[in-house]
Design a protein around this ligand. Sequence first.
Ligand code: 5GP
Length: 193
Amino acid sequence: MKELQQKVKDEGVVIAGSVLKVDAFLNHQIDAQLMKKVADHFYEHFKNKGVTKILTIEASGIAPSIMAALAFNVPCLFAKKAVPSTLTEEVYTTDIHSYTKNKTSHVVISQKFLSAEDKVLIIDDFLANGEAALGLYDLVKQAGADCIGIGIVIEKSFQPGADRLKSEGLDVLSLCRIASLEGDKVTLIGEEE
Ligand code: 5GP
């Protein structure tokens, strides 16, 4: 997706060699028009798969996911990183390790929002080691639901996440694929020397 790729190159800031800060349009301030176009790309790719639910994880996955939920006309469900006192019903849970925060979160979703009849599209802002997406996939499997694919806004292709998801047989669509952040510079797939 050309516009997203240009934005990543123009406004992304490399931190500590392997983390990209995209606070200007995705992780803090959100470019709603761009998120709508991101969602349209996900819709174009997955529209014939009978999607009944978008699943993501709070917080940064929510912006592209809510736009995708609009495009598919289905609900957007997000996994919570802490169990709120208001969540009194049965839950599905899994542990997700975040390497950017160096922290493992015990994430939950209410069982009442995911069932064996669901066809789930998992969406997240970034794909790095694949922990978040695989954790969400685990929740889908616990519900006996079908995961029809994974939509990623920015994939760091130099990390193993995409290969791990594909080896599970999952259809992964990443709209911007980063080959390297070496030298504090964003090099996209296709731009390598
Ligand atoms: P993974 O679970 O695939 O290792 O990492 C994906 C999750 O970590 C995403 O939900 C995202 O929030 C966060 N993440 C991973 N790498 C980056 C990065 O370079 N920049 C930002 N902003 N978040 C990242």
